[in-house]
Design a binder for this molecule. Structure first.
Ligand code: C2E
Ligand code: MG
Ligand code: MG
Ligand code: MG
Length: 263
């Protein structure tokens, strides 16, 4: 079964079945678009869509993550290079990739090929990338910063949540995990946790980002709590590159309000 899946993943890579989709990220107070998060999608010809939570670990297990990431970076940067210059692109890096010394070169060469400026790139890592060797993590992160890349701590609050990670690495963004956002209008506790995370982020000079915003009342609550930017179904799901220009032209007609009817 595992061997079959491995062959299938290699085949899918050769057949370019795994592609990036792009989810809008907006400034919560104004609704102005600030960028997109690239999210990998595998549309399997027989099994239909397969979640990245399944195929990313599979690619890591079978030594295919380097090839997959290279493919994704090339596609993401070539799309991003054609988007308005003020828009940033967030790209997820899994814990294993984070330690891969060739990743930096892969990013550089893909960006050069596409003519994409790394000043527009935000790399997202989770806390599990940081647990074993903080010194090594620091030098990797500093190398990225030297290239002009920004750094986000993804899914904050769900993993090991050592505050030392926030202190020792040069993060630019703190992403509040969707599990807190989901409960924000239901329980006082989750509201207080989100308020505390936002306060912590701001006191460290970080931009705070909320994930999984599905409703207007949650967006309003996040604005009241001072959260800076966010993403979620309310503003739009991840869409294929071909749909981006349509999204952008509709967006420019009504930048202030969430496009709840999209797509
Ligand atoms: P993540 O980076 O935390 O991404 C956010 C996830 O929340 C995405 O799931 C997105 O589709 C989903 N989401 C966005 N808005 C909403 C909403 O309003 N409601 C709900 N319920 N969900 C929402 P997705 O695309 O399935 O990705 C899952 C995880 O897989 C990502 O979590 C990320 O850790 C990983 N991943 C995705 N693409 C890549 C990739 O290219 N490389 C690596 N290494 N990991 C990736
Ligand atoms: Mg992410
Ligand atoms: Mg996340
Ligand atoms: Mg996640």
């Amino acid at each position: 079964m595992v061997a079959t899946r491995q062959i299938d993943l290699s085949r899918a890579l050769d057949a370019d079945e795994i592609v990036p989709y792009f989810q809008p990220i907006v400034e919560l107070r104004t609704g102005v678009l600030t960028g997109f998060e690239a999210l990998a999608r595998w549309r399997h010809p027989v099994h239909g869509p397969i979640s990245p939570e399944i195929f990313i670990p599979l690619a890591e297990e079978h030594g295919l993550i380097g090839t997959l990431t290279g493919n994704l970076l090339r596609r993401v940067f070539s799309v991003a290079a054609s988007l308005p210059q003020e828009l940033c692109i967030s790209f997820n890096i899994s814990p294993l990739q984070f330690r891969d010394p060739s990743l930096s070169r892969q990013i550089d060469s893909a960006a050069q090929l596409a003519g994409f400026s790394l000043k527009r790139l935000i790399l997202e890592i989770t806390e599990s990338a940081l647990i074993d060797n903080i010194d090594q993590a620091q030098s990797i992160a500093q190398d990225w910063k030297a290239h002009g890349i920004s750094l986000a701590l993804d899914d904050f609050g769900t993993g090991y949540s050592s505050l030392r990670h926030l202190q020792s690495l040069p993060f630019d963004e703190l992403k509040v995990d969707a599990s807190f956002v989901r409960e924000i209008s239901d329980t006082r506790e989750s509201r207080k946790i989100v308020a505390a995370i936002i306060g912590l982020g701001h006191s460290l000079g970080l931009t705070t980002v909320a994930e999984g915003i599905e409703t207007k009342d949650k967006a309003d609550m996040l604005v009241r709590l001072g959260c800076d930017i966010g993403q979620g179904w309310l503003y739009g799901p991840p869409v294929p590159p071909d749909d981006l220009s349509d999204f952008l032209s509709r967006r420019s007609l009504s930048p202030i309000h969430a496009i709840s009817s999209f797509p």
